[in-house]
Design a binder for this molecule. Structure first.
Ligand SMILES: *Cc1c(COP(=O)(O)O)cnc(C)c1O
Length: 352
C-alpha cells in the first residue's frame, strides 16, 4: 500500500479541523456549560450532541466486534461513501474503479466530486476477478469499490477475488457490506488488522431496520478513521439518532430474529417466483432481496404498480435486461405480490 499521505487529498492532509466548544475541554468533570451558545432550557435537546459519538461507538464495538477507534459513524453509509471521495481523491485528476452493475451512489458521488469513474463489467454469473479490477487501475486510481453482497444482483463476490484485490492494490479498497447480515459469508470487518488499505461499510438501514434514523458505519485502520473525523461535519449524527441506535443495539437478538424470518421468506418467495409462467430466471441471493429475469419486465412492473405494489425495475441496468429486483417483505406483503403475479400469469396464458 502507498503511504496514506500520498493517497490523501493534499489540502485534507494539511487540514486543521474545526474545533468545537465541546472538543476544547476534556477530561474534567463539568456541570455548568456556558461555552457553546446553547439555550439553557429545553433539556436534553438544547445541547449539541457528542461529535465523536463515544458512548454509541462503545456499544457498536461490542456488538460488531470492532475496536471503537476503528469505527466511523456517518449520516447513512452515503456519508462515508462521499467522504471517501472528499478525503482521498483529487477532482479532475484521480479516478476510481468499481464493478458494474452495482450500487448507484459510488458513481453519483464520483460525478459530484468530478472524479473519473471506471466501471468493470461483471461476468454472466455476476462475478469479477481481482485481475480485471486491478487491470482497470493506473497510477491515478485511489479507490476500488466492491459491493458484496452486491446490489442489485444479490450475490456475494468470491472472497478470494476480494482478498486478492485488497492485497494487490496500492490504494484503498472499499467493501460495502450493507447486506452482510443476510449472507453466509463472514464480514471482512474482522480482518481489518490484516489489511491497512481496507474500508468496510455496514449500515443500520437494512437488517437493523433503522433506515429512517440515517446511520452508517465505516470500519478501517485508525489513521483512515481519523481523516474521516477531521473532514465530517462536527455534529453529523444527531442526538435522536444516537439515542435510537442505542435502543436498537440493546437487543441485537431481535435483529437475528428478523434476519431468520426474512431468509425463510426469501427462500419461499424465490421458489414461488420460479413457478410463474413469465419467470425466466431467479438469481441466487445473499441479501434481503433477489433479482428475477422475466419475459417483459416493464409490463409486469406496470401491472404491479396498478395493483399498488412497487418493486424495482432494473431492466435498463447493464446485464439486468428484463430484470426486477424484489425486496423480501412481511409474509402478508409477499403473499400479496405472489397472488397478483399468479393472477397476471393466468391472464397472460388465457390471452395466449
Ligand atoms: C441500502 C444500501 C446502503 C445503505 O445506505 P445508507 O445510506 O446507510 O442507508 C449502502 N450500500 C448499498 C449497496 C445499499 O444497497
Amino acid at each position: 500500500m502507498r503511504r496514506l499521505e500520498e493517497l490523501t487529498r493534499e489540502n485534507i492532509w494539511r487540514l486543521e479541523p474545526y474545533s468545537s466548544a465541546r472538543n476544547e475541554y476534556s477530561g474534567h468533570q463539568a456541570t455548568v456549560f456556558l461555552d457553546a451558545n446553547e439555550n439553557p432550557y429545553n433539556d436534553p435537546y438544547n445541547r449539541y450532541p457528542d461529535p465523536l459519538q463515544v458512548e454509541l461507538k462503545k456499544r457498536i464495538s461490542v456488538v460488531k466486534g470492532v475496536r471503537a477507534e476503528n469505527i466511523f459513524l456517518g449520516n447513512g453509509s452515503d456519508e462515508a461513501i462521499d467522504l471517501v471521495y472528499r478525503c482521498f481523491t483529487c477532482p479532475g485528476k484521480d479516478n476510481v474503479v468499481a464493478m458494474e452493475p452495482t450500487y448507484g451512489m459510488y458513481k453519483v458521488c464520483a460525478d459530484i466530486n468530478d472524479v473519473e469513474y471506471r466501471p468493470v463489467l461483471l461476468d454472466e454469473k455476476f462475478q469479477i476477478t481481482a485481475e480485471k479490477l486491478l487491470g482497470a487501475c493506473d497510477d491515478n486510481t485511489k479507490v476500488v469499490w466492491i459491493c458484496s453482497p452486491n446490489n442489485p444482483t444479490g450475490n456475494s463476490i468470491d472472497r478470494e477475488e476480494v482478498i486478492n484485490t485488497i492485497k494487490g492494490f496500492e490504494g484503498l479498497v472499499v467493501v460495502d457490506e450493507a447486506y452482510i447480515d443476510f449472507s453466509r459469508l463472514s464480514s471482512l470487518r474482522f480482518e481489518l488488522d490484516k489489511h491497512p488499505n481496507l474500508i468496510v461499510l455496514n449500515t443500520f438501514s437494512k437488517a437493523w431496520g433503522c433506515a429512517a434514523i440515517r446511520l452508517g458505519m465505516a470500519f478501517a485502520q485508525k489513521d483512515i478513521i481519523d481523516i474521516f473525523n477531521k473532514v465530517k461535519y462536527p455534529y453529523n449524527i444527531n442526538l435522536l439518532t444516537q439515542e435510537q441506535a442505542m435502543k436498537a443495539l440493546k437487543d441485537p437478538f431481535e435483529v437475528d430474529k428478523w434476519v431468520r424470518l426474512l431468509l425463510q421468506e426469501r427462500g419461499n418467495m424465490m421458489e414461488a417466483f420460479r413457478m410463474l409462467p413469465f419467470c425466466e430466471r431467479v438469481y441466487p441471493s445473499d441479501a434481503n432481496f433477489f433479482l428475477v429475469k422475466v419475459s417483459d419486465a416493464q409490463t409486469i412492473y406496470d401491472y404491479l404498480v396498478s395493483k399498488g405494489i412497487i418493486v424495482r425495475n432494473r431492466t435498463k441496468i447493464r446485464l439486468c435486461g428484463n430484470c426486477l429486483r424484489i425486496t423480501v417483505g412481511r409474509k402478508s406483503e409477499n403473499t400479496e405480490v405472489l397472488a397478483a403475479l399468479r393472477r397476471l400469469g393466468a391472464e397472460l396464458r388465457v390471452k395466449g
